[in-house]
Design a protein around this ligand. Structure first.
Ligand code: NDP
Ligand code: MG
Length: 384
């Protein structure tokens, strides 16, 4: 029996790796729906290849273009937020959450609500809405399987283990492209340099987050929600080789770690096939050639975004929603050359200073609070 799969963000980097795995295993998976924001050309190409039941284009202006391209095939074409919600509400065996940013939160909420298991790459949804998504998943008996490589590593380290026995969890960070650059020298660095990640090939937003190391801070929040652990139990360390993705230290002194080549196909295939494993085409690690694995403490003076996010674990969820919103605004302005690299941190901390705490007890309140925090960030940018 094939697993039915929905791929949100099919045209992105994680979407691409997911579809590669499905392509290699046509007997195991059937694609039910795929989505994109605006890349209509690639979306139409993927629709012809995988023949899903549904295709969603979020940008409403591109609907007629997509309809023209898919005029002669039997695929239901949907658009906008409504289309995305509709697709997410169609129960499948697993949904790959690979939209980047907070835009992925609502569809994930909808998918959990109908009982679909989630393979989650979209960390921003967990950072902002983990306090609702995780309890909802528990109530609906839904599995949330991490795709983010570090979290997938921890998930694998914990197979057959008990959380009561765990002293702490460490996520590894490559250190990004600016590991040997001072904060002052980073301040005016251009996007073209920040986008060049040393070990991973990823979408623009996460590449900039890796350069500021906000990504690793967001990942500690993501881990706290995924594994139900507090701030004192999760931290990160720089490991430039990106071979060991995470490790768990137990009270008896044992450390269990997870190693794999830096290829997103590894964690994606694990989440897709769980509880089984797939044979996939990927580089094989030769441990005789991987001498000199380094582990370096994160320098908070050099990368203040890491600690800013890490400190929010266990605080009121409004702070994480606001941090995520401010960071999305900052990264987008930076990519448009409208904000200096060093001001990404400034914009985030100023936004956190200005918010008022509200109640975030349903998904609409989280969405409204995200908009509120974005408005504050935009008003701060005007005065920077
Ligand atoms: P990409 O930018 O490569 O892809 C994002 C995907 O989401 C695209 O399909 C894009 O469509 C779609 N999308 C973007 N914005 C919206 C929106 N507002 N509404 C609907 N769809 C949208 O990102 P990545 O694949 O790199 O990352 C996806 C998520 O996975 C992120 O949360 C990231 O943090 C996480 N992640 C990524 C890793 C990686 O290796 N890339 C590793 C670990 C986690 P379109 O193509 O049309 O713009
Ligand atoms: Mg990661």
């Amino acid at each position: 029996m094939k697993k039915s799969v929905t791929v949100l963000g099919a045209t992105g980097s994680v979407g691409h790796s997911t579809l590669k795995i499905i392509r290699e295993n046509p007997d195991k998976f059937q694609v039910i729906g795929i989505t994109a924001n605006s890349n209509v050309t690639l979306l139409a190409k993927l629709a012809f290849e995988f023949m899903p039941k549904f295709v969603v284009i979020s940008d409403l202006r591109l609907l007629s273009d997509l309809e023209t391209r898919l005029a002669h095939v039997d695929i239901e074409i949907l658009s906008g937020e409504e289309g995305l919600d509709f697709l997410a509400s169609q129960k499948t065996d697993i949904l790959i959450a690979a939209i980047s940013g907070f835009a992925g939160f609502k569809p994930i909420f909808k998918a959990i609500s109908v009982g679909t298991d989630i393979a989650i790459a979209n960390k921003e949804a967990l950072v902002a809405g983990g306090h609702l998504l995780m309890p909802l998943a528990k109530r609906k008996d839904v599995n949330i399987l991490p795709i983010d490589s570090e979290h997938n590593a921890i998930f694998q380290c914990m197979m057959g283990q008990h959380w009561d026995d765990v002293e702490n969890v460490t996520l590894t960070a490559s250190g990004g492209p600016f590991l040997s650059i001072t904060r002052e020298d980073m301040h005016h660095i251009r996007p073209v340099k920040a986008l060049k990640h040393p070990t991973w090939n990823m979408g623009a937003k996460i590449s900039i987050d890796s350069a500021t190391m906000m990504n690793k801070g967001l990942e500690t929040i993501e881990a706290a929600w995924l594994f139900g652990i507090g701030r004192e139990k999760v931290s990160a360390v720089i490991h430039p080789q990106s071979i060991m993705h995470g490790f768990v230290r137990f009270w008896d002194g044992t450390i269990i770690s997870h190693m794999a080549p830096p290829d997103m196909k590894v964690p994606i295939s694990h989440a897709l096939a769980w509880p089984e494993r797939l044979k996939i085409q990927t580089e094989k690690l030769d441990l005789t050639q991987t001498a000199g694995l380094e582990f370096i403490e994160i320098n908070n003076e050099q990368f203040p975004c890491y600690d800013l996010a890490h400190q929010l674990i266990g605080e009121d969820p409004c702070y994480a929603v606001a941090l995520n919103a401010a960071n999305e605004i900052a990264v987008s302005l930076y990519l448009d050359n409208k904000l200096a690299f060093g001001d990404i941190y400034s914009l985030c901390i100023k936004t956190l200073d200005m918010i008022k705490i509200g109640s975030l007890d349903n998904y609409q309140s989280v969405i409204d609070y995200d908009s509120f925090a974005r408005d504050i960030s935009r008003s701060i940018v005007l005065s920077l």
